[in-house]
Design a protein around this ligand. Structure first.
Ligand code: AMP
Ligand code: ZN
Ligand code: FE
Ligand code: FE
Length: 279
């Protein structure tokens, strides 16, 4: 049975910078024939209760997840976490601090835009982010809405992409701290989209820091890259994860349904969780 089931372990909702609500995510996952979804909002677990309930009704299994932002040597690194005890108070408080830092950073980006002659109203950004944890994607959409750029990729390319004129770095977490944060709540960590890292030596460093898995399957990974990462994961006895990084229509196309991982990879994650909890 499970051979016919497919999963996507990297999906955002409008509780961070995706445009789809939990209802929409579940509806599309169903249409795409997915059996399970890892919900990995940026620095937030706020969607997990609601989407788990909606998923249950629709027959879609929800894997509780999160995507933490970290930084090393000027390179942004994303660490995915799965199956952690997300209701622990210290963990929630830590996430609340990270969102607060995101809010301050978003204001700073808007100030930098102003110094470049772009008068973007912060209220417009807040209107777009709604209750969601704020991020650059919301600023990009606000720039489109205000008519400063034609689309989201242009906003990143011209202004807010890494090291562009209005770019502001994020947060205090190092990859080691992010991995430790997931470990402390008994979760499984995985290095998100390793193929997007400019300095691939960092991947080896992060493996050495004790990450549990590698996001081998990702829309922007070519077949060759995927094969190389699969080998790297096997060689280092890492769990293999993968997902679409769906941001709703935030990235132009919905992406949900473009990565369909055989369910056996999720079974491996579950086994790891059981083994871990026995220690
Ligand atoms: P933030 O977490 O606020 O730094 O925003 C990171 C998010 O912005 C990523 O998850 C992507 O969704 C999006 N993003 C980053 N770089 C680009 C880009 N060059 N084009 C489009 N979206 C991007
Ligand atoms: Zn995002
Ligand atoms: Fe990411
Ligand atoms: Fe993501």
């Amino acid at each position: 049975m499970s051979e016919l089931q497919f999963v996507d372990l990297h999906v955002h909702t409008n509780f961070s910078d995706g445009t789809f609500t939990p209802d929409e995510v579940i509806k599309i996952a169903k249409e795409e024939g997915l059996s399970a979804l890892g919900i990995t909002d940026h620095d937030s677990v706020s969607s997990l209760t609601i989407i788990t309930a909606i998923g249950e009704k629709a027959g879609i299994e929800i894997v509780p997840g999160v995507e933490l932002s970290a930084e090393k040597n000027g390179q942004e690194i994303h660490i995915l976490g799965y199956y952690f005890s997300w209701e622990e108070d210290w963990f929630k408080e830590k996430l609340a601090k990270l969102s607060q830092a995101r809010e301050e950073r978003a204001k700073e980006i808007v100030r930098r835009l102003k110094s470049l002659g772009i008068e973007l109203n912060f209220e417009l950004v807040k209107e777009i982010s709604g209750e969601g944890v704020i991020g650059r994607m919301h600023i990009a959409r606000a720039l489109v809405k205000a008519g400063y750029v034609k689309d989201v990729p242009s906003a990143f390319r011209l202004y807010i992409g890494d090291n562009k004129p209005a770019y502001v770095k994020k947060f205090p977490l190092t990859p080691e701290e992010a991995i430790e944060m997931i470990r402390r709540v008994n979760g499984i960590s995985s290095l998100a989209h390793p193929g997007l890292l400019k300095n691939s030596d960092l991947i080896i460093d992060i493996i050495k820091s004790g990450i549990d898995g590698l996001e081998v399957f990702y829309p922007e990974h070519t077949n060759t890259i995927t094969k190389d990462f699969l080998e790297l994961a096997h060689k280092n006895k890492l769990l293999v994860t993968g997902g679409s990084d769906c941001h709703g229509l935030g990235k132009g196309e919905k992406l949900l349904g473009t990565i369909k991982l055989p369910y056996k990879y999720l079974l491996d994650l579950k086994k790891h969780r059981i083994l871990d909890s026995k220690v």
